[in-house]
Design a protein around this ligand. Structure first.
Ligand SMILES: [Zn+2]
Length: 255
């Protein structure tokens, strides 16, 4: 039985394990999420190599009897030093890794998950501070498609009327569904809706998501969006993801 395996891997999380070892979680292109023990004290070369956001070739020894995995080597191919140079990039990238871990690496389509995760981190590595939140929204919107939970923003869930091209829609955070203003019971002022239950989706949000959804993450850095619409977009995508995960993740508030 073959016990040594080689993966293309992205480091998601590292935690101390015992006195001098560490546990590391990876997203791999071949098998999704994988956990391996990194042996060695403070002087181990793996201290610097095995660190979140790093991507490279991973060598793992698998003990089939104990079903435990041990890292035997890691050759970093992408360090993404730009992410650590900037607080906003670091917080945003950290929040993205949280989502990948909490959703078990998307649960099945590893090559797509792998491509999406790495292209998003590459875009963040070079991003202006102001673009970080747009890249985050793009990632959650793309990840929602991968998980099969991305809603259509074209139709009301109740009357199934097509959304007016110039009109707003409303996302119900409890039901995870989109409504037209009439079915949501809004006549004039959407600001009067109970906060927390509804997310107002103006035309700008729907246009922006439509423009970037089939493009690489770098497009989200290029296409700007006004602050109010960006707030609506973040509220929508985090609500969708919270519905899938059963909770909101703490890192989302730091993006
Ligand atoms: Zn309706």
């Amino acid at each position: 039985m073959e016990r040594h395996h080689i993966y293309s891997a992205l480091v998601l999380r590292v935690r101390p394990s015992g006195e001098s070892n560490r546990d590391a979680w990876f997203l791999t292109q071949e098998e999704g999420i994988l956990k391996a023990t990194v042996f060695g004290g403070p002087k181990s070369k793996f201290r610097a190599l095995v660190s979140p956001f790093h991507q490279g070739r991973l060598w793992v020894y698998h003990n089939p009897v104990r079903d435990s995995r041990k890292l035997t080597d890691f050759d970093v191919q992408s360090w993404r030093l730009g992410i650590r140079e900037n607080y906003q990039r670091t917080m945003t990238a950290g929040a993205i890794l949280e989502v990948i871990l909490a959703s078990q690496g998307s649960g099945g389509n590893w090559p797509s998950a792998w491509g999406m995760a790495n292209s998003t981190l590459d875009a963040l590595d070079l991003a202006e501070e102001g673009a970080c939140l747009r890249i985050f929204v793009h990632f959650l919107w793309s990840w929602a498609l991968l998980l099969g939970i991305r809603p259509s923003l074209n139709r009301c869930a109740s009357c199934t009327c097509e959304a007016p091209q110039d009109g707003l829609l409303l996302w119900n955070t409890y039901e995870g569904a989109v409504y037209c203003p009439s079915c949501a019971g809004v006549q004039e002022d959407p600001g009067a809706l109970p906060p927390g239950a509804w997310v107002v989706l103006g035309l700008e949000v729907r246009r922006w998501l439509g423009a970037v959804e089939n493009q690489a993450p770098a497009a989200a850095a290029r296409y700007t969006l006004d602050a109010r619409s960006l707030g609506q977009a973040k509220a929508l995508v985090t609500s969708i993801m919270a519905g899938a995960l059963g909770k909101r993740l703490p890192g989302w508030d730091r993006v």
